[in-house]
Ligand binder design. Structure first.
Ligand code: FPP
Length: 255
Protein backbone atom coordinates (compact mmCIF):
# COMPACT_ATOMS: atom_id res chain seq x y z
CA UNK A 1 0.00 0.00 0.00
CA UNK A 2 1.30 3.39 -0.90
CA UNK A 3 1.80 5.90 1.89
CA UNK A 4 -0.91 8.46 2.05
CA UNK A 5 0.66 11.82 1.37
CA UNK A 6 -1.09 14.65 3.12
CA UNK A 7 -1.29 17.68 0.89
CA UNK A 8 1.35 20.27 1.57
CA UNK A 9 -0.33 22.96 3.61
CA UNK A 10 0.68 26.39 4.74
CA UNK A 11 0.82 26.46 8.55
CA UNK A 12 0.05 30.16 8.60
CA UNK A 13 -3.38 29.67 7.05
CA UNK A 14 -6.33 29.89 9.45
CA UNK A 15 -8.03 26.62 10.27
CA UNK A 16 -11.36 26.47 8.53
CA UNK A 17 -14.41 24.63 9.64
CA UNK A 18 -15.07 21.46 7.76
CA UNK A 19 -18.65 20.71 6.92
CA UNK A 20 -19.72 17.33 8.27
CA UNK A 21 -23.44 16.85 7.67
CA UNK A 22 -23.47 13.50 9.45
CA UNK A 23 -22.22 14.86 12.74
CA UNK A 24 -18.87 15.23 14.38
CA UNK A 25 -15.93 12.89 13.97
CA UNK A 26 -14.04 10.57 16.23
CA UNK A 27 -10.40 11.02 15.26
CA UNK A 28 -7.72 8.78 16.77
CA UNK A 29 -4.00 9.44 16.55
CA UNK A 30 -0.94 7.23 17.01
CA UNK A 31 1.61 9.92 17.87
CA UNK A 32 4.75 8.19 16.59
CA UNK A 33 8.20 9.56 15.82
CA UNK A 34 9.22 11.54 18.93
CA UNK A 35 12.42 9.51 19.37
CA UNK A 36 13.51 9.83 15.74
CA UNK A 37 12.63 13.52 15.69
CA UNK A 38 14.96 14.02 18.66
CA UNK A 39 17.73 11.82 17.22
CA UNK A 40 17.67 13.77 13.94
CA UNK A 41 18.48 16.87 15.98
CA UNK A 42 21.08 15.27 18.25
CA UNK A 43 18.70 15.59 21.18
CA UNK A 44 17.63 13.13 23.89
CA UNK A 45 14.49 11.03 23.31
CA UNK A 46 12.87 12.78 26.26
CA UNK A 47 13.18 16.07 24.43
CA UNK A 48 11.31 14.50 21.54
CA UNK A 49 8.52 13.50 23.93
CA UNK A 50 8.44 17.03 25.35
CA UNK A 51 8.12 18.45 21.85
CA UNK A 52 5.40 15.82 21.22
CA UNK A 53 3.43 17.04 24.22
CA UNK A 54 3.62 20.57 22.84
CA UNK A 55 2.38 19.38 19.48
CA UNK A 56 -0.54 17.65 21.19
CA UNK A 57 -1.57 20.92 22.85
CA UNK A 58 -2.04 22.55 19.45
CA UNK A 59 -3.88 19.56 18.02
CA UNK A 60 -6.36 19.47 20.92
CA UNK A 61 -6.97 23.17 20.46
CA UNK A 62 -7.62 22.79 16.73
CA UNK A 63 -9.78 19.66 16.86
CA UNK A 64 -13.19 21.23 17.66
CA UNK A 65 -12.78 23.72 14.81
CA UNK A 66 -12.45 20.76 12.45
CA UNK A 67 -15.68 19.30 13.77
CA UNK A 68 -13.89 16.59 15.70
CA UNK A 69 -16.12 15.67 18.65
CA UNK A 70 -13.93 12.94 20.10
CA UNK A 71 -10.14 12.80 19.92
CA UNK A 72 -8.34 9.74 21.24
CA UNK A 73 -4.54 9.72 21.30
CA UNK A 74 -2.11 6.89 22.08
CA UNK A 75 0.13 8.28 24.81
CA UNK A 76 1.51 5.06 26.32
CA UNK A 77 0.83 1.49 25.22
CA UNK A 78 0.85 -1.56 27.47
CA UNK A 79 3.92 -2.64 25.49
CA UNK A 80 5.74 0.63 26.20
CA UNK A 81 6.65 -0.72 29.66
CA UNK A 82 9.35 -2.64 27.75
CA UNK A 83 11.28 0.61 27.18
CA UNK A 84 14.27 1.52 29.37
CA UNK A 85 13.08 2.47 32.85
CA UNK A 86 14.47 6.03 32.52
CA UNK A 87 12.28 6.63 29.47
CA UNK A 88 9.23 5.06 31.13
CA UNK A 89 9.72 7.22 34.23
CA UNK A 90 10.19 10.32 32.10
CA UNK A 91 7.00 9.60 30.15
CA UNK A 92 5.01 9.03 33.36
CA UNK A 93 6.34 12.31 34.73
CA UNK A 94 5.59 14.16 31.50
CA UNK A 95 2.05 12.80 31.38
CA UNK A 96 1.40 13.82 34.99
CA UNK A 97 2.77 17.33 34.34
CA UNK A 98 0.76 17.64 31.15
CA UNK A 99 -2.52 16.68 32.81
CA UNK A 100 -1.90 18.81 35.86
CA UNK A 101 -0.84 21.88 33.91
CA UNK A 102 -3.34 21.53 31.10
CA UNK A 103 -6.46 20.67 33.06
CA UNK A 104 -7.44 24.29 33.73
CA UNK A 105 -6.86 25.27 30.11
CA UNK A 106 -8.77 22.20 28.96
CA UNK A 107 -11.67 23.03 31.26
CA UNK A 108 -11.75 26.63 30.06
CA UNK A 109 -11.74 25.43 26.47
CA UNK A 110 -14.67 23.06 27.16
CA UNK A 111 -12.59 19.92 26.65
CA UNK A 112 -13.75 16.93 28.64
CA UNK A 113 -10.64 14.86 29.34
CA UNK A 114 -10.67 11.18 30.23
CA UNK A 115 -8.22 8.32 30.26
CA UNK A 116 -8.63 4.86 28.73
CA UNK A 117 -6.41 1.91 29.68
CA UNK A 118 -5.27 0.20 32.87
CA UNK A 119 -4.76 2.34 35.94
CA UNK A 120 -3.45 -0.17 38.44
CA UNK A 121 0.16 0.02 37.22
CA UNK A 122 0.41 3.81 37.05
CA UNK A 123 2.46 5.80 39.59
CA UNK A 124 0.55 7.79 42.24
CA UNK A 125 1.43 11.29 40.91
CA UNK A 126 0.03 10.37 37.50
CA UNK A 127 -3.12 8.87 39.07
CA UNK A 128 -3.64 12.09 41.02
CA UNK A 129 -3.21 14.17 37.87
CA UNK A 130 -5.68 11.93 36.02
CA UNK A 131 -8.22 12.32 38.81
CA UNK A 132 -7.74 16.09 38.78
CA UNK A 133 -8.12 16.42 35.00
CA UNK A 134 -11.12 14.08 34.82
CA UNK A 135 -12.99 15.76 37.66
CA UNK A 136 -12.12 19.29 36.57
CA UNK A 137 -13.39 18.74 33.02
CA UNK A 138 -16.30 16.38 33.75
CA UNK A 139 -18.98 18.86 32.69
CA UNK A 140 -17.27 19.97 29.44
CA UNK A 141 -18.81 19.05 26.10
CA UNK A 142 -17.06 20.95 23.31
CA UNK A 143 -14.61 18.10 22.71
CA UNK A 144 -14.09 14.74 24.39
CA UNK A 145 -10.34 14.25 24.57
CA UNK A 146 -9.20 10.76 25.55
CA UNK A 147 -5.64 9.81 26.41
CA UNK A 148 -4.84 6.12 26.09
CA UNK A 149 -2.37 5.26 28.85
CA UNK A 150 -1.17 1.71 29.60
CA UNK A 151 -3.59 0.76 26.86
CA UNK A 152 -3.87 -2.50 24.93
CA UNK A 153 -6.83 -3.10 22.61
CA UNK A 154 -6.29 -6.87 22.63
CA UNK A 155 -6.28 -6.96 26.44
CA UNK A 156 -9.47 -4.86 26.59
CA UNK A 157 -11.26 -7.11 24.09
CA UNK A 158 -10.11 -10.26 25.88
CA UNK A 159 -11.25 -8.95 29.26
CA UNK A 160 -14.63 -7.93 27.83
CA UNK A 161 -15.05 -11.41 26.38
CA UNK A 162 -14.39 -13.14 29.66
CA UNK A 163 -15.72 -10.88 32.39
CA UNK A 164 -19.11 -9.14 32.80
CA UNK A 165 -17.79 -6.08 34.63
CA UNK A 166 -15.07 -5.50 32.06
CA UNK A 167 -17.63 -5.99 29.29
CA UNK A 168 -19.78 -3.15 30.63
CA UNK A 169 -16.79 -0.86 30.89
CA UNK A 170 -15.56 -1.86 27.45
CA UNK A 171 -18.85 -0.92 25.79
CA UNK A 172 -19.20 2.24 27.86
CA UNK A 173 -15.81 3.34 26.48
CA UNK A 174 -16.38 2.12 22.93
CA UNK A 175 -16.65 4.91 20.39
CA UNK A 176 -16.28 3.93 16.73
CA UNK A 177 -13.29 5.62 15.09
CA UNK A 178 -13.96 7.55 11.87
CA UNK A 179 -10.43 8.66 11.11
CA UNK A 180 -7.22 7.08 12.37
CA UNK A 181 -3.96 8.92 11.78
CA UNK A 182 -0.48 7.52 12.42
CA UNK A 183 2.52 9.80 12.17
CA UNK A 184 6.16 8.72 11.92
CA UNK A 185 6.00 6.68 8.70
CA UNK A 186 5.04 3.25 10.07
CA UNK A 187 1.88 1.60 8.75
CA UNK A 188 0.48 -0.48 11.57
CA UNK A 189 -2.09 -0.20 14.38
CA UNK A 190 0.14 -1.35 17.26
CA UNK A 191 -2.73 -2.68 19.40
CA UNK A 192 -4.65 0.64 19.37
CA UNK A 193 -8.48 0.74 19.23
CA UNK A 194 -8.70 -2.46 17.18
CA UNK A 195 -12.42 -3.02 17.78
CA UNK A 196 -13.35 0.65 17.38
CA UNK A 197 -11.41 0.99 14.11
CA UNK A 198 -13.36 -1.70 12.25
CA UNK A 199 -14.49 0.89 9.65
CA UNK A 200 -12.01 3.67 10.34
CA UNK A 201 -10.38 5.50 7.45
CA UNK A 202 -6.62 5.14 7.89
CA UNK A 203 -4.14 7.88 7.13
CA UNK A 204 -0.41 7.31 7.47
CA UNK A 205 1.99 10.20 7.23
CA UNK A 206 5.79 10.31 7.32
CA UNK A 207 5.64 13.50 9.38
CA UNK A 208 7.17 12.92 12.86
CA UNK A 209 4.71 13.66 15.65
CA UNK A 210 6.46 16.80 17.01
CA UNK A 211 6.22 18.27 13.48
CA UNK A 212 2.53 17.43 13.08
CA UNK A 213 0.56 20.69 13.05
CA UNK A 214 -3.11 21.70 13.06
CA UNK A 215 -2.72 22.30 9.32
CA UNK A 216 -1.74 18.62 8.92
CA UNK A 217 -4.78 17.63 10.93
CA UNK A 218 -6.94 19.75 8.69
CA UNK A 219 -5.39 18.09 5.62
CA UNK A 220 -6.14 14.66 7.12
CA UNK A 221 -9.77 15.62 7.84
CA UNK A 222 -10.11 16.96 4.31
CA UNK A 223 -8.73 13.71 2.90
CA UNK A 224 -11.15 11.79 5.13
CA UNK A 225 -14.07 13.71 3.58
CA UNK A 226 -12.92 12.68 0.13
CA UNK A 227 -13.00 8.99 1.02
CA UNK A 228 -16.12 6.97 0.23
CA UNK A 229 -17.26 5.04 3.29
CA UNK A 230 -19.57 2.14 2.51
CA UNK A 231 -19.63 0.12 5.75
CA UNK A 232 -19.86 -3.10 3.77
CA UNK A 233 -22.76 -1.83 1.68
CA UNK A 234 -22.91 -0.41 -1.87
CA UNK A 235 -22.37 3.29 -2.73
CA UNK A 236 -26.07 4.15 -3.13
CA UNK A 237 -26.89 2.62 0.28
CA UNK A 238 -23.80 3.81 2.12
CA UNK A 239 -25.60 6.55 4.05
CA UNK A 240 -28.14 4.07 5.40
CA UNK A 241 -25.34 1.70 6.37
CA UNK A 242 -23.48 4.54 8.08
CA UNK A 243 -26.58 5.59 10.04
CA UNK A 244 -27.09 1.98 11.16
CA UNK A 245 -23.45 1.74 12.24
CA UNK A 246 -23.68 5.00 14.20
CA UNK A 247 -27.02 4.10 15.81
CA UNK A 248 -25.37 1.09 17.42
CA UNK A 249 -23.10 3.35 19.40
CA UNK A 250 -24.52 6.85 19.63
CA UNK A 251 -26.75 6.33 22.67
CA UNK A 252 -23.77 5.18 24.66
CA UNK A 253 -21.55 8.16 24.22
CA UNK A 254 -23.39 11.21 22.94
CA UNK A 255 -24.13 13.60 25.76
C1 FPP B 1 6.04 7.40 20.06
O1 FPP B 1 7.28 7.93 19.75
C2 FPP B 1 5.46 8.10 21.16
C3 FPP B 1 5.21 7.56 22.39
C4 FPP B 1 5.55 6.19 22.78
C5 FPP B 1 4.58 8.33 23.43
C6 FPP B 1 3.68 9.42 22.98
C7 FPP B 1 4.00 10.55 23.86
C8 FPP B 1 3.91 11.84 23.55
C9 FPP B 1 3.32 12.38 22.31
C10 FPP B 1 4.46 12.84 24.46
C11 FPP B 1 3.89 12.79 25.78
C12 FPP B 1 2.45 13.04 25.73
C13 FPP B 1 1.83 13.73 26.64
C14 FPP B 1 0.37 13.88 26.58
C15 FPP B 1 2.55 14.37 27.74
P1 FPP B 1 8.52 6.96 19.81
O2 FPP B 1 9.21 7.19 21.11
O3 FPP B 1 8.13 5.55 19.59
O4 FPP B 1 9.35 7.52 18.60
P2 FPP B 1 10.27 6.66 17.64
O5 FPP B 1 9.40 5.65 16.93
O6 FPP B 1 10.82 7.69 16.72
O7 FPP B 1 11.34 6.03 18.49
Amino acid sequence: MEQSTLQAVDDSLPIQDVNTPLGSLHAAIIMDGNGRWAAQRGMLRLEGHRAGAESLRHIVEAAPRLNIGVLTVYAFSADNWKRPSEEVDALMFLLACYLEKESVRLRDAGVRTTIIGRRDRLPAPLLNAIHLAESRTEHCNRLHFRLAIDYSARAAILEAATDEQHRERFFAETIPVDLLIRTGGEQRLSDFLLWESAYAELIFTKRMWPDFTPADLRAAVTEYHHRERRFGSVPEMALVAQAAEQAQFSERWLR
